[in-house]
Ligand binder design. Sequence first.
Ligand code: COA
Length: 160
Amino acid sequence: MKRAITPGTFDPITEGHLDVISRAAQLMDEVVVAVAASHKKHPLFSLEERTALVRKACAHIPNVTVQPFDGLLVDFAQEIDAHVVVKGLRAITDFEYEFQMAALNQQLDYELETVFIMSPPQYMYLSSSIVREIASLSGDVAQFVPPCVLEALQEKFATN
Ligand code: COA
């Protein structure tokens, strides 16, 4: 039984994240999407909101579950008995940062393997902060996010 973990802040989840999650779900028996508290990033959406949006966006993928976590990724991976971390690589600029995280996680837990999935060209330059910025300026982000996120962004910026 290969259980993988796909961690992130998901503030909010985008089509780029969904692409990585669905491809990980094809490769693994089970995928746990781990939504990090990421306090330092001061997320726009609360941990509860981000987790609920990821759950809705992934509801159609049968072997995917979603769980929030606060703490070290290696500890959470051990807690849920996952031995593989799957992350998306968009452009070459992601590499150094991802390489550092993968190396440190391996140092903290030698049994935890990190696997990278390349983003397809249409998602190479997509990020949650770009989506937040466009939405905050009333731009159309429908092509970048699932419908539940589009609705949540519209609500968030209508009340702010
Ligand atoms: N498609 C679209 N966007 C993507 C993407 C993809 N496939 N992969 C990453 N991104 C974007 C995100 O949207 C986000 O964009 P933004 O910063 O513009 O908003 C950015 O890349 C960073 O994503 P984030 O989800 O915050 O991930 P991260 O790579 O910074 O790592 C954790 C987040 C949760 C994995 C990491 O902080 C962690 O492990 N935290 C737990 C504490 C810990 O163990 N720390 C030690 C780590 S060695």
